[in-house]
Design a protein around this ligand. Structure first.
Ligand SMILES: Nc1ncnc2c1ncn2[C@@H]1O[C@H](COP(=O)(O)OP(=O)(O)OP(=O)(O)O)[C@@H](O)[C@H]1O
Ligand SMILES: O=C(O)c1ccc[n+]([C@@H]2O[C@H](COP(=O)([O-])O)[C@@H](O)[C@H]2O)c1
Length: 221
């Protein structure tokens, strides 16, 4: 085991808006798996879903507010700066070029995201560049057949795998995830109801100040 290898985790998402489900998951994964860094990585424009409800700049500001008193979590805004359609493989290639071949990179996701992996751009390349860390989410189950099941069998790893090599393992973490979604938060605000206690107060204050999510078609970029 190479205990000297630096281990960096990335937690990607649209964060529209960021909520306590994301923040708890990121913090728990960092502590449980002993990552040196846990970077929140907001997507600019994911191809697989509707445009984010609010602009990249506002989603970046909400994330910065959410983690301003939490030194364990950092913001990596390279996908917002790159602009255009967001593909994780491009981000991981850029990180590899920047950080070198020996650093361990782990891309963290909920199980719902893992189930869509075969639809991701150049998805077979992802495990050459990084490990995948998958947190189970209430109501979702690991697949028993199909491409994702095969991938899980052929790349199955344990927490120590994340430092033994720079990339190539899938580590599944059973952990209780808070039943919160950004969709629900947007719906509550649209209906004039409060999403308080689902996301940090500073983020809620920002949403109120800027009057975000009042309609389903707030402008995005
Ligand atoms: N409650 C939660 N707890 C832990 N992880 C979550 C939670 N909600 C989403 N995630 C994970 O966070 C990542 C980013 O998710 P995303 O930004 O799409 O949030 P979301 O709440 O699912 O948003 P939306 O409802 O708009 O789809 C994904 O990997 C997803 O699996
Ligand atoms: O690269 C892709 O094709 C791709 C397809 C779907 C999702 N992703 C990434 O997966 C992360 C979670 O996506 P989402 O839609 O749940 O916010 C986020 O970082 C996305 O950029 C990436």
């Amino acid at each position: 085991m190479n205990s000297e290898r630096r281990a960096i985790a990335l937690f990607g998402g649209t964060f529209d808006p960021v909520h306590f489900g994301h923040l708890r998951m990121a913090l728990e994964l960092k502590e449980a798996l002993g990552f040196d860094e846990m970077r929140l990585l907001p997507s600019h424009q994911p191809r697989h879903r509707q445009s984010p409800g609010v602009s990249a700049e506002r989603r970046r500001e909400m994330l910065a507010l959410a983690i301003r008193d939490c030194p364990e979590l950092t913001l990596d805004d390279r996908e917002l700066c790159r602009g255009g359609d967001t593909y994780t493989v491009d981000t991981l290639e850029a990180l590899r070029a920047e950080l070198g071949e020996s650093v361990s990179l782990s891309f963290c996701m909920g199980l719902d995201s893992l189930l869509t992996l075969p639809t991701w751009h150049r998805w077979q390349r992802l495990l050459e560049l990084a490990h995948l860390v998958v947190a189970t989410r209430p109501g979702w189950h690991l697949p028993e057949e199909g491409e994702v099941a095969e991938l899980l069998r052929s790349h199955e790893g344990e927490p120590r795998s994340l430092r033994e090599s720079p990339a190539g393992s899938i580590v599944v973490r059973e952990q209780t995830l808070l039943p919160i979604s950004a969709t629900r938060i947007r719906q509550l605000i649209e209906r004039g109801q409060s999403p308080r206690f689902l996301l940090p107060d500073a983020v809620l204050q920002y949403i109120e100040d800027k009057q975000l999510y009042r309609t389903a078609t707030e402008s995005g970029c």
